[in-house]
Design a protein around this ligand. Structure first.
Ligand code: PEP
Ligand code: MN
Length: 267
């Protein structure tokens, strides 16, 4: 941020230390790595409950899963909608995991916030300022994903919209950006983590799954994210990636996820 931006809320107050976002007993930015995991999309009761049990046993604290999906093609699976929200609620009741799920637009945001412990704003909506202001007022922490074409400054100013609307609980998520490189789905901008730690006191997590685009790269990128100072990770996990209705190629199976958390969390 520039000198002129010195009084931004996203910067925090000097000497006050880093902000901690609390989601029940999960504390983001408090020094302990928080792992969020689950499928790209909620597909069925069996799929979400089995995944919730597996990721919980492996040490995840938050269950992810889209009920409403912002798919690149309108012809692909768009999510179960309200039924997906009901299944996430069921998974929380059974496992006690907190839920993070995406509000893709203003028409679903209130329904999403009624179930979610953390409302996700996706990469494609990072600069949807009307949606940011609306979601900020729904009383839940906001997981803001970096726009795939957004600079760090634009990303932090998007977070500023949520803070300025009176919601202090913003979790920033680096998820890969568009570059000339196309051997991965997106280019994970690892520099963004230490750069943002200089410019904001908000918690920062990394999504290695969407950056990688294939499951083989998820573990090395997750390790790297932790090494550069991420407060948490959000990782896609699916019981059967070959049958997944979205983002199957980048999903870890239960065993791969458990091996990764064993290494990163000592579970
Ligand atoms: C997701 O988390 O499933 C997702 C759609 O991510 P992104 O908005 O980063 O593409
Ligand atoms: Mn996905």
């Amino acid at each position: 941020m520039s000198e002129a931006d010195g009084r931004l809320l996203v910067t925090g107050s000097p000497g006050r230390g880093r902000r901690v976002v609390k989601v029940g007993d999960v504390h983001l930015g408090a020094g302990e790595l928080v792992v969020m995991a689950g499928p790209c999309a909620v597909e069925s009761q069996e799929q979400i409950l089995s995944t919730a049990r597996a990721v919980k046993a492996a040490g995840a604290r938050v269950l992810r899963g889209g009920a409403y999906k912002p798919r690149t093609s309108p012809y692909t699976f768009q999510g179960l909608g309200e039924e997906g929200l009901r299944l996430l609620d069921l998974a929380r009741k059974e496992t006690g995991l907190a839920i993070v799920t995406e509000a893709i637009d203003a028409t679903v945001a209130e329904k999403v916030a009624a179930v979610a412990d953390i409302v996700q704003i996706g990469s494609r909506n990072m600069a949807n300022y009307g949606l940011l202001k609306m979601v900020a007022g729904l009383g839940k922490p906001v997981l803001l994903k970096r726009g795939m074409s957004a600079t760090i400054k634009e990303f932090l100013l998007a977070a500023e919209y949520v803070l300025l609307a009176g919601n202090p609980d913003v979790i920033l998520c680096e998820r890969g950006i568009r570059t000339f490189e196309n051997s991965t789905r997106f280019t994970l901008d690892l520099s963004a983590v230490p750069v943002m730690r200089e410019q904001t006191d908000l918690p920062i997590i990394v999504d290695p799954s969407h950056a990688a685009g294939r499951y083989q790269l998820v573990a090395p990128l997750a390790r790297a994210a932790v090494a550069v100072g991420a407060d948490g990770l959000i990782i896609e996990v699916h019981p059967d990636r070959a049958r997944a209705l979205s983002d199957g190629p980048q999903a870890l199976d239960f065993h791969q996820f458990q091996e990764l958390t064993q290494e990163l969390l000592g579970v």
